[in-house]
Ligand binder design. Sequence first.
Ligand SMILES: Cc1cc2nc3c(=O)[nH]c(=O)nc-3n(C[C@H](O)[C@H](O)[C@H](O)COP(=O)(O)OP(=O)(O)OC[C@H]3O[C@@H](n4cnc5c(N)ncnc54)[C@H](O)[C@@H]3O)c2cc1C
Length: 404
Amino acid sequence: MSGQGAHPERARMPDLTHLIWPFFSDAHRVFAHGLNAWAQSGLPEVDHEDVDRSCRRLVRALGDAGWLKAVVPAAFGGHQDHLDVRTLCLAREILSWHDSLADFAFAMQGLGTGSICLYGSEELKRKYLPPVRDGHHIAAFALSEPEAGSDVGALTTMATPDGDHVRLDGEKTWISNGGIADHYVVFARSGEAPGARGLSAFVVDGDSQGLSVAERIAVIAPHPLARLRFDGCRVPVSHRLGRPGEGFKVAMATLDVFRSTVGAAAVGLARRALDEALGRATTRTLFGAPLGSLQLTQAALADSAADIDAAALLVFRAAWLKDQGAARITRESSIAKMYATEVAQRVIDRAVQLFGGHGVRVGVKVEALYREIRALRIYEGATEVQKVVIARDLLKAQESAARP
Ligand SMILES: Cc1cc2nc3c(=O)[nH]c(=O)nc-3n(C[C@H](O)[C@H](O)[C@H](O)COP(=O)(O)OP(=O)(O)OC[C@H]3O[C@@H](n4cnc5c(N)ncnc54)[C@H](O)[C@@H]3O)c2cc1C
């Protein structure tokens, strides 16, 4: 479906000329070109109607080809001692250009194990990272609840001590890979302090007793998504990530790594939209000449090219900073995620407009992109949340600069 457009098929390749930027090493360049070549020829045929099956196939294919090594540290077969954010961003940018479900499959393997990489015991890492790396095991990250999305401190899922276990009771919603995951990183209230300081994180096996899928959720760009119920679900205390009460810290540190990668996925979708728009601009005849000869069309193309470059620069600035060893990159990753997802929406909207009626025709690539970009402005912190985070960070810096 994704290859169908209203203009003749062209050899489609994403623009990777930005790999020359100084943010990247030769290893990044080799990785990006290799992944792109593989995606061009090796991506399994994806049925966007049967997302469970497609995601399982994609995860297995990504694992078999070795691309999921990017989501684990070197001790577990990864590329670097730490998670290399530039590699994660390049992977998401390239995969989302080719197919957003492939990007989703890759991204969730990372997000669903990031907390284990950062805070897990050696035993947990040994148990959970290799099968994720090999694509044998599907990962998920379960933070959001029906009454606690943007407001993480309002979580009510309880973690009650029960000998050498904790008992989880409550609900999680909007959980990507919900229903097909082999493990979930679950955040619950353990009560050490009120609000966000009283949460802990646990790794929960997908087949645990007391864990069930309450509802499968259908969204405009389908992927496996569910509301989960925990009814007295017993989890060994040894499955806790970090110390008791550190759950919020675990979640934020994980999102600090992965937030820039959401921006990278948005860049990939936007690049694809611009490529589609360029194809249309050169093949559609309007008023006796190519659509692209109209100056308003040229303005739309120029705006999109500038938006994409700016977004990519912000994404890779944040990723590079993290890879240089910055403890936290909260402001930079929030700016990257906010800016890239917002401009990608505009770039895609311009592409839809250039396609005219075909732009909203089901099965045309820009129509799919229009649906696929939307959730990126909401999950892992909506744009408004990113603005609050950025402004708070600026004000804090201003206050400490003003202090004598
Ligand atoms: C497709 C999809 C996949 C997801 N996958 C996962 C997942 O795998 N794991 C997981 O834990 N969660 C996941 N989520 C949940 C996602 O993180 C939440 O939807 C998001 O945090 C927003 O929470 P909410 O939906 O409860 O909206 P609310 O918290 O009710 O917020 C509604 C809106 O209010 C606005 N807003 C928020 N804060 C402010 C503010 N301070 N000032 C002004 N306006 C504000 C924003 O526009 C926001 O979108 C997913 C969501 C979607 C849509």
